[in-house]
Design a protein around this ligand. Structure first.
Ligand SMILES: Nc1nc(=O)c2c([nH]1)NC[C@@H]1CN(c3ccc(C(=O)N[C@@H](CCC(=O)O)C(=O)O)cc3)C=[N+]21
Ligand SMILES: [Mg+2]
Length: 289
């Protein structure tokens, strides 16, 4: 069994990105990522801080705009509109979850799809579904990068994704399909889940329940990707997969922490740089017109 080192791969990609950003900087261009954080949710504060730290390391200018928990939907929409128009910001990310009084879908749709580094806007989701991806959600994109780095064969293989969220499960299934895997999406209503997952050559687990997936869910030699980010009964960070026993059965497995999480952040940065480069090309195109 081999542990997929997401942290190391993320650091390598960050070093490559740093060079790319340095080249942009020598032309006087600095990619900018605006993160909007509503309220005081503890986990969100940590994630946002991590994003800012990685942006800084790569040379991306980032700013976290903190809005009060009781900010109105309209105020938030106004803020997004302002940054949509501001050419200095190439990426805009609204940290989820949002407070209940705010309609998440309406907010995500207010972000200019060109600046939607999360890939959550329906335009970008549609592009992914159409097989012509633009901005893509960073968690599944990071998983595809990990599978590629570890030479995991996907074509013709049986992939099972547990979880059907718009931010992980659904886009993950589309990306695996694009790699010619035979894809099944399972979820909380799926009957005989373990029987199904036991058929998976590649199993992606994104259900949000600590240590839910045990060794009896796993085909011998399977590749297991754990998207979970939970706290166990001792408050320790853990995934959706019971690592100790599943790693006995799997051929490759991601740890938590140090697996999917660092790759998620890195792909966000990559998309910010990509958005910046595209915006320059568009400006050049406009001048040519
Ligand atoms: N608009 C939006 N975009 C997101 O991408 C987004 C979001 N909202 N809301 C919350 C989730 C969660 N998420 C994580 C990213 C990195 C780690 C990460 O780096 N985890 C570290 C451990 C971090 C720790 O120690 O707590 C690891 O797995 O090694 C975790 C979680 C992004 N999300
Ligand atoms: Mg994650």
């Amino acid at each position: 069994m081999t542990i997929i080192d997401g942290k190391m791969l993320a650091e390598k990609m960050q070093a490559d990105l740093k060079l790319k950003v340095a080249r942009l900087q020598s032309q006087g261009i600095v990619p900018g990522l605006l993160v909007i954080l509503v309220g005081e949710d503890n986990a969100s504060q940590i994630y946002v801080r991590n994003k800012a730290r990685v942006a800084d390391k790569i040379g991306i200018r980032s700013e976290t705009l903190r809005l009060a928990e009781n900010v109105s939907e309209q105020e938030l929409l106004n803020v997004i509109e302002k940054y949509n128009k501001d050419d200095n910001w190439h990426g805009i990310l609204v940290q989820l979850p949002l407070p209940n009084h705010i309609n998440e879908g309406r907010i995500l749709h207010a972000i200019d799809p060109k600046k939607d580094v999360d890939g959550f806007h329906s335009y970008n989701m549609g592009r992914l579904m159409a097989g012509n991806p633009a901005m893509v959600p960073s968690t599944p994109a990071g998983i595809v990068e990990m599978l590629r780095a570890y030479n995991v064969e996907l074509s013709g293989k049986r992939a099972v994704v547990v979880g059907r969220s718009n931010i992980v499960g659904k886009p993950m299934a589309m990306m695996l399909l694009a790699e010619n895997a035979t894809v099944t999406i399972a979820h909380s209503k799926t009957e005989n889940l373990a029987t199904l997952t036991k058929e998976a050559d590649v199993l992606v687990v994104a259900i949000g329940r600590a240590n839910f997936v045990t060794a009896d869910f796993i085909k011998s030699g399977a590749v297991v990707i754990d998207v979970g980010m939970n706290r166990d009964e001792n408050g320790k960070l853990c995934g959706d997969v019971k690592f100790d026993e599943v790693s006995e059965v799997a051929s490759l497995i991601t740890p938590v922490p140090g697996g999917v999480g660092p790759m998620t952040i890195t792909m966000l940065m990559e998309q910010t740089v990509e958005a910046c480069m595209k915006s320059i090309n568009n400006m050049t195109d406009d001048r040519r017109k």
